[in-house]
Design a protein around this ligand. Structure first.
Ligand code: TMP
Length: 207
């Protein structure tokens, strides 16, 4: 089973993944937790380029191709082998993030992004995608709190530093994707308390 989590900055994906793994492991599933960008040795290097605040001069097309390079490596080296071995893969962001961030928010052509995905992914779609939805105002407040409390390096905040209008486009983009594929997406209200969000997610996983 291939499960992905999506959402704006500060939506609490990482915290909720911990709860999901605890729950699924109790049910006897062998879980692999991974993330994009990152998830492989090469991917972690690409991640540090992508998130580095000193790289503000990055062209949208450069950004897109770096996410694609990260994903190509990740799919081949981690996601496919793990699924073939019968494991449950829980991935913190996947291709929806590119459609939304580089497509809807940066303004690159979504058709072009989908063409690249057709080449890279060999049709590998998640079975289930949780969209942790909340307003950018709340999300960004939480995201910056994680930085000031030392849970996220200040140097890796290139996206947190984007204007609120950018984050609104990201949120709207995700909601549009969820409407287009209601069978795959579960939209979760991530403005609730951590334990309530957890319960809402585990309810879906229990079915
Ligand atoms: P993270 O902080 O949730 O790990 O994500 C890193 C950042 O990368 C986040 O701001 C969203 C952004 N991103 C994209 O812009 N496109 C993508 O394809 C992915 C996977 C992430």
């Amino acid at each position: 089973m291939f499960i992905t989590l999506e959402g704006i900055e500060g939506s609490g994906k990482t915290t909720q993944i911990r709860h999901m793994v605890a729950f699924l492991s109790r049910k006897g599933q062998q879980c692999i937790v991974t993330r994009e960008p990152g998830g492989t040795h090469i991917g972690e290097k690409i991640r540090s380029i992508l998130l580095d605040t000193r790289n503000n001069a990055m062209e949208p097309l450069t950004e897109l191709l770096l996410y694609m390079a990260d994903r190509a490596q990740h799919v081949k080296k981690v996601i496919c082998p793990s699924l073939e071995a019968g494991k449950t893969v829980i991935c913190d962001r996947y291709f929806d993030a590119t459609v939304v961030y580089q497509g809807y928010a940066r303004g690159l052509d979504v058709g072009f992004i989908e063409q690249l995905h057709n080449i890279i992914l060999d049709n590998l779609k998640p079975d289930l995608t949780f969209l942790l939805d909340l307003s950018p105002e709340i999300g960004l407040k939480r995201a910056w709190k994680a930085v000031t409390s030392g849970n996220r390096p200040l140097r890796e905040t290139r996206f947190e530093g984007e204007k609120i209008s950018f984050h609104r486009k990201v949120r709207e983009g995700y909601l549009q994707l969820s409407l287009a594929e209601p069978d795959r997406f579960r939209v979760i209200d991530a403005s609730k308390e951590e334990h309530q969000v957890r319960d809402d997610i585990l309810k879906v996983l229990s079915v």
